[in-house]
Design a protein around this ligand. Structure first.
Ligand code: FES
Ligand code: FES
Length: 154
């Protein structure tokens, strides 16, 4: 089967039941998406398909319809995405394990809603688990990214 990931087409010889996360990590060596729970609960494996966040651990690759984007392809070539810049500015990560999923979820939130309220942010981001409890910094970073998107001063 064919799969487009981060703008590049791949020919794959895998079973269609293989979860997308396995294809990304084990077949394509794209390791930004992480394995956490494996049952679509934690969000560590979040990637985008045509801009929509999905949990790659629980999506059979044969059901993928659209272009896959992982954190490696989130920004423009050679540049960080605005959410990644805000994450660095606010030093969000602690252990870091959940963070690629957090960033992918935040990027999808801002694409759909460039000026989210605190409630919008909490609603979207609380579905991604962070055992280190970085949620206050996640919220501040999402707001900073929103300001960057609107062209306001950081
Ligand atoms: S590893 Fe996919 S949601 Fe937890
Ligand atoms: S930063 Fe450690 S689990 Fe989120």
């Amino acid at each position: 089967m064919r799969l487009n990931v981060n703008g590049k087409d791949h020919e794959l010889d895998v079973e269609p039941e293989m979860p997308l996360l396995w294809v990304l990590r084990d077949e394509l060596d794209i390791t930004g998406p992480k394995y956490g729970c494996g049952i679509a609960v934690c969000g560590a494996c979040t990637v985008h398909i045509d801009g929509v966040p999905v949990r790659a651990c629980s999506l059979p690759v044969g059901q993928v319809q659209g272009t896959v984007t992982t954190i490696e392809g989130l920004g423009a070539p050679g540049a960080l995405h605005v959410v990644q810049r805000a994450w660095i500015e606010h030093q969000v990560a602690q252990c870091g394990y959940c963070q690629s999923g957090q960033i992918m979820t935040a990027a999808a939130l801002l694409a759909a809603n460039p000026s989210p309220s605190d409630a919008d942010i909490d609603s979207a981001m609380s579905a991604n688990l962070c055992r280190c409890g970085t949620y206050p910094r996640i919220r501040e970073a999402v707001k900073a990214a929103s300001r960057l998107l609107s062209g306001a001063a950081t």
